[in-house]
Design a protein around this ligand. Structure first.
Ligand code: TMP
Ligand code: ASP
Length: 265
């Protein structure tokens, strides 16, 4: 299929399929496609904390495009087709598996809290965790037993998800190490992509500083959403730094926006 010839439909005329905390999905130009729109909203603690940080969506769109395009290029299947504009990308429609797949290389965040391991401790090996995607329940951690018993994914699908997660982790760890960033952990989502009668699991959603922990190798400075979760400030500058190091934004380009705007919930 040639998607490059499709005419661009203005946002107002598109059918909205789904609105999440940081993104909106619209109907795509072809059957089986969607448009993923990145908003400027930052949320944490299941949206109890919420700010609009002007320019964040633009940066995440670019960074996620970079990651997903490279994953496609090395043969890791994803939903990504191409970026359309500053805030939007064309993706394949998939059936999202209701799991957040978290891969950890270094102790931080909820792992450190739950198990009392000091943040920054290198883990003996990469650890994969599953969380059930359900805002009402606060995305609880679940085991493979829960996943298969409740039919969220089959044992074969869990195997496929875990091998995808390991490949994404290896790729991302190397990518970031090359630009002086330690990949502490990240979250990814997967979906079922149907092609005629064949189904395969692909990487979906986004991979950006919103969904990763990224620490500067030398200073340990946080270059991710923990700047917002922990009220450290400078989120836009941190995401811009990640984009610059990956070569996505040129040295001269400045982050857009006037700074964070508090949203009353
Ligand atoms: P955690 O330590 O809070 O469990 O987070 C692990 C990783 O998952 C971290 O990189 C942040 C990311 N994450 C999300 O992308 N979405 C979420 O809702 C949560 C809780 C974490
Ligand atoms: N995305 C989640 C929320 O809004 C939490 C997080 O990333 O920390 O609430």
């Amino acid at each position: 299929m040639d998607f490059t010839k499709q005419r661009y439909t203005p946002m107002s005329r598109r059918r909205r399929i789904y609105e999440g905390k940081a993104k909106v999905l619209y109907e795509g130009p072809e059957p089986g496609t969607l448009i993923q729109h990145f908003k400027d909203d930052a949320t944490a603690f299941n949206a109890k904390k919420h700010q609009v940080i002007e320019g964040k969506g633009v940066l995440n769109n670019r960074i996620s495009e970079y990651v997903f395009q490279h994953l496609n290029d090395i043969g890791v299947p994803t939903h990504f087709i191409r970026r359309l504009n500053m805030r939007e990308q064309l993706i394949r429609e998939v059936e999202i598996i209701p799991l957040e797949v978290c891969v950890r290389n270094v102790a931080a965040g909820s792992l450190s809290t739950r198990l009392g391991i000091e943040e920054g401790t290198q883990l003996p090996r990469s650890i994969i965790e599953f969380y059930y995607k359900n805002d009402q329940l606060n995305d609880p951690m679940v085991s493979e037993e829960h996943i298969t018993a409740f039919g969220w994914a089959t044992p074969q699908e869990i195997d496929d998800i875990m091998s995808l997660a390991i490949r994404v982790n290896d790729f991302l760890s190397g990518l970031f190490l090359g630009v002086g960033i330690r990949l502490v952990d990240f979250k990814m989502e997967t979906g079922r992509l149907w092609e005629n009668d064949l189904m395969r699991i692909v990487v979906a959603d986004e991979i950006s500083p919103d969904s990763c922990r990224l620490w500067d190798i030398k200073s340990n400075e946080k270059l991710d959403k923990d700047r917002f979760r922990r009220d450290l400030g400078g989120l836009l500058e941190a995401y811009t730094e990640v984009a610059k190091r990956l070569g996505i934004m040129s040295e001269g380009e400045r982050p857009q926006g006037t700074g964070p705007v508090l949203v009353k919930s």
